[in-house]
Design a protein around this ligand. Structure first.
Ligand SMILES: *Cc1c(COP(=O)(O)O)cnc(C)c1O
Ligand code: SF4
Length: 340
């Protein structure tokens, strides 16, 4: 996640491009916006050298001013804990390099589904990100890499679903996505298109008419899995973006990472599920943290996670209870924690 892939330059100006040009990238600026003194905030410059601070202003606006423990702030600000080496926390916790990465831009771990890495860049840098050390330089998938990635998919007729991923695939332009999706739709054995993205949550203006057209080709079923970790992330603009996607006949799901100090209470999780549903998305997965180096301080242990999930089950209708899962390298799917 080291370099930004250039966005198409011939695009008409839109709000989301302006939001991207105007990201908060310095802790001092973040302090000023949140009315916090640098002493109250505290950060690690070396951690942010490895994986820079990067957060859209509208996301900062959803943080509580004056609160150094705000759950949105803690997702983006690097503390000194990130520099600690903790046994068991590695650069590639999910086994995404090697045989699962058969071709630049393709991750093929599960039967029937492949991930296509559209771009390595993101609008926000989440400190717990399991791909923060992924070798994007070898998987840049600029448009020149797409033909070979598409040929890989076309050559394997067990693949029925293509998942656009990244980085954040919606960093690509509407036109680039339209071209890519059109080619995916041209592969006869592909039935479903899925997009894993955080952009509709962090820059809701990204959900343009052009994007909706690009993601809904006539022949494919389209699902979009957004990534939101806390009810405070979902304000009226985000809810409006969700509604536009629902209006375009896109199935809308959410995945969450369970994060210590951010969303590790039943109250926080119940509020998130309820807010998601009100905004038009169903909770899909609640992930145990992937053990990526630099993120150990976010880990919630299994027993506590299971107890939390049981408490959620006791308070939510079944359709608002996400599956508590973990990624286990070499397993045929994500695994339910507790074996349920
Ligand atoms: C999560 C994931 C998928 C999709 O898994 P589902 O259980 O279908 O949501 C596909 N490929 C990879 C590499 C994944 O990590
Ligand atoms: S948006 Fe997703 S891929 Fe990008 S840094 Fe956050 S968690 Fe990682």
């Amino acid at each position: 996640m080291t370099s930004l892939i250039p966005l198409a330059t011939a695009q008409p100006e839109t709000d989301w491009h302006a939001a991207l040009r105007n990201l908060v990238t310095s802790p001092e600026a973040l302090c000023a916006l949140l009315e916090l003194s640098p002493d109250a905030l505290g950060w690690s410059a070396s951690a942010m050298q490895q994986f820079p601070l990067r957060v859209p202003r509208s996301f900062v606006a959803r943080m509580r001013a004056g609160d150094a423990r705000d759950p949105l702030l803690l997702q983006v600000l690097a503390g000194a804990q990130e520099m600690q080496q903790v046994p068991g926390f590695t650069a590639d916790p999910n086994g995404e390099t090697g045989s699962a990465n058969p071709h630049p831009g393709i991750i093929h771990k599960y039967r029937g589904r492949v991930l296509l890495i559209v771009t390595g860049s993101c609008a926000i840098h989440c400190r717990y990100c399991f791909r923060r050390h992924f070798p994007y330089a070898d998987n840049q998938n600029g448009r020149s890499d797409w033909p070979a990635a598409l040929a890989y998919i076309a050559a394997d007729d067990s693949i029925s679903e293509v998942i656009l991923s990244g980085g954040d695939p919606l960093m690509a332009s509407d036109q680039q996505l339209a071209e890519l999706v059109q080619q995916v739709a041209g592969i006869p054995h592909v039935q479903r298109l899925r997009v894993h993205t955080r952009l509709p949550v962090v820059i809701p203006e990204r959900v343009t008419e052009g994007l909706l057209r690009a993601l809904t080709p006539p022949r494919l079923n389209s699902t979009l899995v957004v990534h939101s970790n806390h009810a405070n992330e979902i304000d009226t603009e985000v809810a409006a973006a969700f509604r536009r996607m629902r209006g375009a006949d896109i199935t809308l799901l959410n995945q969450t990472v369970l994060l210590a100090g951010i969303n590790d209470t039943a109250d926080a999780q119940v509020a998130l599920s309820e807010r998601l549903f009100t905004a038009g998305a169903l909770p899909y997965y609640l992930h145990l943290l992937d053990r990526v180096s630099g993120a150990a301080h976010f880990e919630v242990d299994r027993a506590q996670a299971l107890a939390l999930h049981r408490a959620m089950a006791a308070r939510l209708p079944g359709y608002l209870l996400p599956r508590l899962v973990q990624e286990v390298p070499g397993a045929p799917s994500k695994l339910d924690v507790g074996g349920r």
